[in-house]
Every structure is written in structure tokens, then in C-alpha cells.
Ligand binder design. Sequence first.
Ligand code: THU
Length: 140
Amino acid sequence: MDEQKIKELITYALNMRAFSYTPYSKFKVGAALLSSEGKIYTGCNIENASYTPTICAERTAFFKAVSEGVREFKAIAIVGGHADDKELDYCFPCGVCRQVMSEFCRDSFLVIIAKSVDEYRTFSLPDILPERFGPKDLLC
Ligand code: THU
């Protein structure tokens, strides 16, 4: 994936942090998911007073896309940090979000973890979820 596209995805993810609903953790995460057809689906984390209904930014983005019939993806950019942080640290996706990626993404899926448009790291799906359990284990 070219650098320009990576920076564009990170910018979308950074902008999404403004929409995070995080009265409890104050930890704001934004995600931008690129479909194989080139459309970007954004997501933020949305918390709940009952805690367990909380959803991560990454899953918000995936579920927005899948609920619109999109099931093939190229990459996701993720940015996160506490609302008071002056600079962001790298925010890696939780295990549940990695498993959701596994449902819809090939090994070549690119996971971009960013502090800013200039500071980011990239991983393949097997890098962050080795030996994954996925559709191939159940579907013939
Ligand atoms: N969170 C995400 O949205 N994505 C991650 O990758 C890690 C955690 C959210 C969930 C919760 O609202 C807050 O960050 C603290 O766990």
C-alpha cells in the first residue's frame, strides 16, 4: 500500500477520535478501515454505563461496513490514547477485535498502528494473530 493512502487512513482515524463516547475510560480510539473496493469505513469506541456493551473503534468500523454488505478489506488504521495525552502512543487492537479481523480478512490484511501521520507501524494479520482460528476451520 502506498504511503499516501496510509497517511490518508491515519488522518481519518485521528479525526474519528473526536466522536469517541468514553465517559468512563476517557480513552479515545479512532479507526479507518479500507475496503477492497477503496471505500473507507470509520469507527470510534462507544462505551456504556453497564461496561460490557462497550464496543471498540475497530469493531464499529467493521460492523458499519459489513452491515452495508462489504466483506473484503485491505487495511485498517488505528489510533488511540487517553483524552488528556498530549502525544499518542501506539494503541494495539484488543483480542476480540483481532478475532473480528480474522473473520473477514486475508493474511495480507494490513494493520496500521499510528501515533501520527508520520509515525506508524504496520503489521500483517498473522503478525498480530498467529495461528488464528477462523472461517477456514469451520467452512469446507
Ligand atoms: N478500545 C478500542 O476502541 N480499541 C482498542 O484497540 C483498545 C480498546 C477502547 C475500548 C474502551 O472504550 C477503551 O478503549 C478502554 O479499553
